[in-house]
Design a protein around this ligand. Structure first.
Ligand SMILES: [Zn+2]
Ligand SMILES: [Zn+2]
Length: 310
């Protein structure tokens, strides 16, 4: 089951040098989620060969245009395509009247149920939690604009049965579920077999954190500690740190400092300023602090591999 992020857009503010405003798609197994939806996102979906029909939720970090101006277009296209599957949008509360106004003057009802659930930039909040995944929002520091990051992580799975071994000992079909739950079971002769002799630990749950836009916020490490993949905005190079501070953005070096501080697996940097055509200096700056850094280049897919649990 894949757990991967496709970068649709990773520029800040203006489209430039073939780069687009923010949007990403997270695929977790069969489930699809979108993170931010800048202008042009639906064209980027097609160009990146992502089929959005299965999208179940869209997370909007804040209401600067480069993070949601593509939303109403995408919602409208779903309607024109006859979508019936419900869609949830998690976003600052002010998005709802904006969407209502846009919908009211363009047409009537959508072909599918749309629910807009407000996010609150006041602490760590659970957006949803089910048997596979949980999604949380957490506050970023983007000055006066309420902004949240998002954390999506897999729930702990069940133990994995070593099928051949279990069959060779004649474990009853009815006992397989007990094995998955970690219980010991009898073999065909009625002898108790220890669970660890027949199962492997569950896969390690995978996690992704999305932090855009924000000034350098060292306390984020409490939230993103140990995530497999961290996306953190890196609007500016360190030489422009004063601009980053003025506009509540981060430098590439600051993104890397947070990654190093938080013990994450890998760092993706993005939300690049249109000041930079060449992104190599931003990458070098971040890698000097946190070597496992990559540029969130558009069209690229970043996968978190399955790993053995303990
Ligand atoms: Zn932005
Ligand atoms: Zn912003």
């Amino acid at each position: 089951m894949p757990f991967q992020v496709t970068i649709l857009g990773s520029n800040s503010a203006l489209p430039a040098y073939g780069r687009h405003p923010s949007s990403q798609v997270l695929q977790a197994g069969e489930r699809l989620f979108m993170l931010d939806c800048g202008e042009g996102t639906q064209m980027r979906l097609a160009e990146c060969h992502v089929r959005p029909g299965k999208l179940e939720a869209i997370f909007i970090s804040h209401l600067h245009g480069d993070h949601y101006f593509g939303l109403v277009g995408l919602l409208n296209s779903f309607h024109l395509l006859g979508r019936v599957r419900p869609l949830t949008v998690y976003a600052p509360a002010e998005l709802l009247p904006i969407l209502e106004l846009q919908m009211r003057y363009s047409k009537g009802a959508l072909s599918y149920p749309l629910e807009v659930i407000p996010t609150h930039a006041n602490g760590l909040n659970t957006l949803f939690s089910d048997h596979q995944l949980e999604a949380l929002s957490f506050p970023l520091n983007h000055g006066p604009t309420p902004t949240t990051g998002f954390l999506v992580r897999e729930r702990a799975g069940e133990r994995r049965i070593q099928g051949e071994k279990a069959r060779s000992l004649g474990i009853a079909h009815a006992d397989m579920e007990r094995l998955r739950l970690g219980l010991d079971v009898p073999d065909a002769a009625g002898r108790i077999v220890r669970n660890q002799d027949l199962t492997l630990a569950p896969w390690k749950p995978r996690s992704y954190a999305y932090c855009s836009d924000t000034a350098y916020l060292p306390s984020l490490r409490e939230v993103v500690q140990g995530v497999d993949l961290l996306y953190h905005e890196a609007t500016y190079a360190e030489a422009d740190a004063h601009r980053a501070a003025d506009r509540f953005h981060s430098t590439a070096r600051q993104a890397a400092l947070l990654a190093a501080d938080s013990g994450v697996g890998r760092l993706l940097i993005g939300h690049f300023s249109s000041r930079y055509e060449n992104l190599a200096p931003l990458l070098a700056e971040a890698q000097a602090v946190f070597p496992a850094t990559e540029l969130a280049l558009e069209g690229q897919v970043f996968e978190v591999e399955k790993r053995e649990g303990e």
